[in-house]
Write a protein that binds this ligand. Sequence first.
Ligand code: P5A
Length: 445
Amino acid sequence: MRLSRYFLPVLKETPAEAQIVSHRYMLRAGMIKQASAGIYSWLPLGFKVLKNIENIVHEEQQRAGHIPMLMPTLQSADLWRESGRYDAYGAEMLRITDRHGRDMLYGPTNEELITDIFRSNVTSYRDLPLTLYHIQWKFRDEIRPRFGVMRGREFYMKDGYNFDLTKEDALHAYNRHLVSYLRTYERMGLQAIPMRADGGPIGGDYTHEFLVLAETGESEVFYDSEITDLKFGDREIDYDSVEQCQAVLEEFTSRYARTDETHDEAVFNQVPEERRRTARGIEVGQIFYFGTKYSEAMNANVQGPDGKPVPVHMGSHGIGVSRLLGAIIEASHDDKGIIWPEGVTPFHVGIVNLKSGDAEADAACDKLYAAFTAIGLEPLYDDTNERAGGKFATMDLIGLPWRITVGPRGLKNGVVELTSRRTGESEELPPEEAVKRIAGIYGKL
Ligand code: P5A
């Protein structure tokens, strides 16, 4: 993409309404614009990152064997009356009446709708196990929407639902989700720690939240510092293996790690004092096992092996896709702007032309642009007439992990400058070498 043809409305001023760094940078980098309280338009740069995050979530869900689909945002109130949550959900639910006077709602989550799909189509235990998921907008009329996309009213969530014959099978589905979430967050450059939490309006008392440690996080958390040394890494896992998934769950949940909802001072005090930590965290996901809560209320039975109807065991599993943009920025920025991890960056590399209009500089930039495009990498090429300082400031703000600076002086010596956004270190090298280096970083050699 050439910057002269793009829509990147960066702001020079720091918006007064933004209290935390991720919100400030998302506004300044022209990623989002508030449409009304807690509701945002996703401008091109923000939309690109949102889609990158969504793609990682899709890939990891399908790697774990979960099946993608799409349910609507608007739901009928009747299903929620069956489960008893229409009244229980309270003021957070946005209720709508259609022209026929029918009660509708903008879905805050989808347990009822998916259970209805299941009971209408699945009748035998032979069709289990089954895990369906979608990535769709949700609405929760939060009393205090704040921090931009972190606590929105309209937000984007991946929500998945497992259906199993027995509790044991459903717990395997739970473990499988835990494993796939660890992989998912690490691919985004995040450490998200599973912590025992509370079921809230979703239900069930077996649930973990995934938290990214950050001072600006809304949750208070208590943990054994050893847990921060754990990495999932690039280990191969067989998602059908009960033992393998169980082993990962045990490895990642055996140390003390809880949110304030389930915190137990007496148990915490058994952790050696030097390892006890109290901190704040951003909740980027949550997994639940709630057994037959919805299947019993809504008659979602299958015929078991003995021919008798049995209610299915269920769980639901959510990832805060839009919140993740904020969480990643909170975890990865400096005083100049965002520093995107390679896994989610909106463009793979920035090209800064120090002298647009200079025939040699223009030709060198065009050549770099074509070389990256040919290997499937997407550059953002600043071909504008802005002065060098302004171009660098914009590149630093929007946080592309790598920048190539092209100017007549370097070109005379046959070199361009390659700069890492994270370390700030620069190196002069021939343009072909710079392309190779970037190609290697993104696994395109
Ligand atoms: C699990 C999937 C559920 O709703 N039902 C379907 C279950 N869980 S949850 O924990 O309530 O939400 C899942 C994740 O969504 C994100 N999230 C939000 N993101 C932005 N703004 C909000 N107001 C908001 N509320 C929830 C969180 O990341 C949460 O973990």
